[in-house]
Design a protein around this ligand. Structure first.
Ligand code: 6PG
Length: 276
């Protein structure tokens, strides 16, 4: 694959529609920070706010760190940013596994975002189902709804696990593709733990979904997510914004199994099939 940015500030190279590749995880974080700033400017100019669902796990940590640096922090009108989470573990906010806790350490404590604009998932509550309903009420207060009645984020950040999960939508269990719920609390068998997560219709209602995926260990699953064909489809494959755009920012290692569009033989359009 041609050089996709071995120099620190090289721009990512688009290898497929919506799929851009950077040299390494730091370059991915930098490209994502630039994109965050651009989309924030667009949303705030157009609608007066930038409403984002942050992802968890380890990949976005470097992005949050980068957004907190003077270079990027100064480019965002944080007073007009509203932050939610795409999913959360059933742990207190100060627990090392907390997605909110990681974002707080790397970003929230370092940028002037008003506390009332930060909406964490209270997944540690004994009644996590009640907490999910309460989160839906906060979503209802802050976000506009799309034509199907689902809250519409300006941006949802997502990662992908080695098994193709995204947010806390895991393979194996019957994935509620068609649900009226905005927030669910699945028991994740492989983890032996419950999670709180935005549901697939909410992910699909977003104006923009941005996947940040790095590492060679994800290359095989990522190829099947992007090129389609896995049966049943991976959860990450099922995220198809209805009236929005889907973007991937990858490092070379994660993208190593993808065939760039200018090299791939002509293929019939293979739209991912949703589960029945
Ligand atoms: C979580 C995330 C999850 C994450 C993937 C990838 O709570 O774990 O929301 O969906 O994005 O598991 O995690 P890594 O970035 O650590 O590989």
């Amino acid at each position: 694959m041609a050089d996709t940015g071995s120099t620190p500030n090289a721009l990512p190279r688009e290898i497929l529609p919506g799929v851009r590749v950077c040299a390494n995880p730091t370059a991915v974080a930098r490209a994502a920070a630039r994109q965050f700033v651009d989309w924030a400017w667009q949303s705030i100019a157009r609608e007066g706010s930038f409403i984002v669902a942050l992802s968890g796990g380890s990949t976005p940590r470097e992005l949050y760190r980068m957004l907190a640096t003077p270079e990027y922090r100064a480019q965002v009108d944080w007073l007009r940013v509203q932050l939610f989470w795409g999913d959360e573990r059933a742990v207190p906010p100060d627990h090392p596994d907390s997605n909110y806790g990681m974002a707080r350490r790397e970003l929230l404590l370092k940028v002037p975002i008003p506390p009332q604009n930060v909406h964490r998932m209270e997944a540690e509550r004994p009644n996590i189902g009640r907490a999910a309903h309460d989160y839906e009420e906060v979503l209802r207060q802050v976000l506009d709804l799309d034509e199907r009645g689902f809250p519409r984020f300006h941006l949802i950040l997502l990662g992908m696990g080695l098994d193709g999960h995204t947010a806390s939508i895991f393979p194996g269990s019957r994935i509620p593709v068609q649900t009226s719920r905005w927030v669910s609390t699945p028991m994740v068998t492989k983890l032996g733990a419950r999670r709180m997560t935005l549901t697939l219709p909410v992910l699909d209602a977003a104006r923009r979904v941005l996947f940040l995926i790095t590492g060679a260990e994800k290359a095989d699953v990522l190829q099947r997510v992007i090129e389609g064909g896995a049966d049943p489809p991976y959860p990450a494959q099922l995220v198809q914004p209805r009236d929005g755009t889907r973007h991937f920012l990858l490092d070379e290692a994660a993208a190593s199994k993808l065939v760039p569009g200018d090299e791939a033989p002509a293929q019939p359009q293979d739209r991912t099939r949703r589960q029945p």
